[in-house]
Design a protein. Structure first.
Length: 528
């Protein structure tokens, strides 16, 4: 990461460019005058030389024009250049320091318009609150494993309340993005409401951070928390090797799109585990040296990495189970789809006889029926040509047939919910493990997908896939931090991308901990 002092240098250099131009020009003029000075001052010598030499011809006079004739033009030109450079410098400074509006660009980005500022603030607060909730949930799981459910009950309650506030904020943001409300004043109030909900979520977590540390303190001093983390580390490390074999099997059995959501997850899990190894060792060493605060900071970093490695491995195992279930469900789904299409054909025939059988016009129903027929034909061809993606097959069938379905086949809702839950889980895992880069829009769509899973699975599926696409786009734009390779920087880039370590101006910051915006960076000790 680039220090702020280094990042600021190009701007200062740019601001001095006009002054340097003026200095260089003035120096050039002085040098010219220095060279010409003997010719200007040696008038007597010139007279003696003229007497000692023959008079030149007219042609020679033209070819040997005295150098002094160029002096005044050179002086005028040099003075003009110096004055122009000085004027440019004055204008540039005046433009940069102007406090009144100007019709010309000032060289700096224009200040955002007032409506955009609350919008950007609301987006940032959503991301911050979501990160606080996710981190608190992860650390709470380790605390519960070490101290038991009763000891952490107040913090579970605080987390639940924060989650409720955050869910309400995301719902408000989704409506805002959908254009509701439409009036400018009401939209400003909506943004204020989002900010208020996020602030309340953070406040609830911050309020319990001190008591939470009081519970975790004895865990760290007795080594119980470290034992829990090391046991969890060994479990996830063993599952990572199994997940690698599982992913290879999925690649052989299904089309490449089937395993696409988890490609690279095994490698990322290994990266988090390498980071974990380093910080578990550091935590043990600091504890042995009687430095409990530093030990707790290293332990928290290790716990965050373990949780994300487990998320990567869980995603591979979960997808394998979903693909197997979907593969089993494909034949029944096709049969149910055929039954629904047959029923739709009957309704079209009856409608042609003048019987009202649907709210849809006959033409619209016929068009949807033809589309469903075409999709089923394409799906059957896909099944007969080699490896396929079972979840994608179910998605295509459900999306094509549900618009003409009358509820004859109960298998279609089951297939639709399976597809939606798979897409939502995939998006949730990606956002959680890349939270250092993912913005508010992807998180908002993901929250909406969670809300609609049961009642509107098709809409939830669309929202979840949109969330994943937006999150992947955010990560590509953000990139993975590249740091100087040292024994203590192993895996730090992934830890920053995953939000395990909080970003700092020049170095990786402290590990994210249970709490809201005010307290989550409290374990601020150098992790080296």
């Amino acid at each position: 990461m680039t220090p702020s002092s280094i990042r600021g240098r190009p701007r200062r250099a740019a601001s001095r460019t006009p002054a340097r131009i003026a200095h260089a020009t003035l120096g050039t003029v002085i040098a010219v005058l220095w060279l010409l000075w003997p010719e200007l001052t040696d008038s007597s010598g010139g007279d003696r030389r003229a007497a000692a030499t023959p008079q030149p011809t007219a042609q020679d006079q033209v070819e040997e024009t005295p150098i002094a004739d160029f002096v005044l033009p050179l002086l005028a030109l040099g003075t003009a250049v110096v004055l122009a450079a000085y004027g440019y410098l004055r204008r540039s400074r005046r433009t940069r320091t102007r406090t009144t509006p100007s019709g010309l660009p000032s060289g700096r980005p224009a200040a955002p318009s007032p409506p955009a500022e609350p919008d950007e603030q609301a987006r940032a607060l959503l991301v911050e609150a979501d990160n606080c909730v996710r981190t608190s949930r992860e650390e709470l799981a380790f605390a519960e494993a070490a101290s038991g459910p009763e000891a952490v009950e107040p913090f579970v309650r605080a987390l639940r309340e924060a989650e409720w506030e955050l869910s309400a904020a995301f719902a408000m943001r989704q409506r805002y993005d959908d254009g509701v409300p439409s009036e400018a004043s009401a939209r400003r109030q909506a943004l204020a409401g989002i900010a208020g909900r996020c602030a309340e979520a953070g406040r609830r977590l911050d309020a319990e951070a001190g008591a939470f540390d009081a519970v975790r303190g004895p865990e760290c001093r007795t080594g119980k928390a470290l034992e829990v983390a090391e046991g969890r580390f060994r479990e996830v490390a063993g599952r990572t090797a199994t997940a690698e074999a599982t992913l290879a099997r999925l690649g052989r059995r299904y089309a490449s799109t089937a395993s696409a959501p988890v490609v690279g997850y095994v490698e990322q899990a290994k990266d988090r585990l390498v980071f974990t190894t380093l910080h578990l060792n550091q935590a043990r060493q600091r504890a042995d040296l009687g430095e409990p605060d530093r030990a707790a900071a290293h332990l928290r970093a290790a716990e965050g990495a373990i949780a994300q490695a487990a998320t990567f491995v869980d995603a591979v195992d979960r997808l394998a189970g979903e693909l197997s279930t979907a593969e089993t469900l494909v034949p029944a789904t096709l049969t149910g789809a055929e039954a629904e299409i047959a029923g739709a054909r009957e309704r079209v025939t009856r409608a042609a006889d003048g019987v009202v059988v649907s709210d849809l016009p006959v033409g619209e129903l016929t068009s949807r029926l033809m589309h469903a027929d075409a999709v089923l034909a394409a799906v059957r061809e896909t099944l007969s040509t080699g490896p396929y993606d079972p979840l994608d097959v179910l998605r295509r069938v459900v999306r094509a047939v549900v618009p003409v379905a009358a509820g004859r086949a109960g298998v279609l809702p089951v297939a639709g919910e399976l597809v939606a839950r798979s897409a939502t889980a995939a998006a949730a895992g990606f956002v959680s493990t890349h939270r250092g880069a993912v913005g508010s829009e992807a998180r908002t769509r993901l929250a909406s997908a969670h809300r609609l899973l049961t009642d509107e699975p098709l809409t939830a599926d669309t929202l979840a896939r949109t969330a994943l696409h937006l999150a992947e786009q955010d990560v590509r734009v953000h990139g993975t931090p590249v740091l100087t390779t040292t024994p203590h920087s192993t895996g730090v880039g992934g830890a920053l991308l995953g939000g395990i370590l909080l970003p700092d101006d020049s170095t990786p910051g402290p590990p994210a901990s249970f709490g809201g915006p005010r307290c989550r960076a409290r374990r601020n000790f150098p992790l080296s």
